[in-house]
Design a protein around this ligand. Structure first.
Ligand SMILES: *Cc1c(COP(=O)(O)O)cnc(C)c1O
Length: 217
């Protein structure tokens, strides 16, 4: 547990997979965590964070960005279209582009604001009805539509079904990225980031293993 331990495990998993040290970006998922825990991780040198809620991120990050240089904040939660403006203002990357109405809003805001967050398309690899994400069969068409809007998705993201072995989902995401000419893979969380690294993750999203359990109460 803790940042040092996770950083060591990331490096060990990179080495075990025959991958270059530092090739995996560790996103520290700070959603819902108390400020003192996040500040401790900032003080320890971590600069890349993940958030799930636009409003929460709006409250927390402008202040920390002033105090800690070179912070980047990644949106990893479901994004409502009416939050597209704030999302483009706030985030350096958005991992949850999952529908064309959102793509249109983001394209508009990117044009207006002259900002260019890195984009990942979320894929519903488990074909789960309640889960966000583009269906596997619809991915190539969705990417074409995004590109027609002037967007340049650089990678794919998935959240495997909770009760399944995540590895087949990681493999599927990697295959889809290869087939569609995308370089980046956002996959792996506290419980499974080492297998995600073995399967080619370029971005892992780790919350509770760094900060401790989240208290939603
Ligand atoms: C909360 C969250 C994470 C981090 O989960 P942990 O199990 O705490 O590591 C990663 N990805 C997404 C999309 C999340 O919502």
């Amino acid at each position: 547990m803790g940042l040092d331990d996770i950083t060591r495990r990331v490096h060990a998993a990179e080495t075990a997979a025959g991958r270059e040290s530092g090739s995996v970006m560790l996103i520290a998922v700070s959603k819902v965590q108390p400020d003192d825990r996040v500040e401790a991780v900032l003080e320890a040198g971590q600069r890349i964070f993940g958030e799930n809620y636009v409003q929460e991120a709006q409250g927390k990050w402008p202040g920390w960005r002033k105090r800690f240089k070179d912070v980047s904040v990644h949106m990893i939660g479901p994004l409502q279209s009416n939050k597209a403006r704030a999302a483009v203002e706030l985030f350096d990357a958005i991992h949850t582009l999952d529908r064309i109405s959102l793509a249109r809003k983001l394209a508009h805001q990117i044009g207006e604001q002259g900002r260019n967050p890195q984009l990942f398309v979320q894929v519903n690899t488990g074909d789960e009805p309640q889960k966000a994400g583009v269906l596997v069969d619809e991915l190539p068409g969705f990417l074409d539509q995004c590109r027609e809007l002037g967007l340049t998705p650089e990678g794919l993201m998935c959240i495997p079904p909770e009760d399944e072995n995540p590895v087949p989902h990681f493999r599927m995401l990697r295959r889809l990225a290869d087939e569609n000419g995308l370089a980046l893979l956002s996959m792996g969380m506290s419980a499974d980031f080492e297998s995600a690294i073995a399967e080619g993750a370029t971005h892992i999203r780790v919350g509770s293993a760094i900060f401790g359990e989240r208290d939603y109460g």
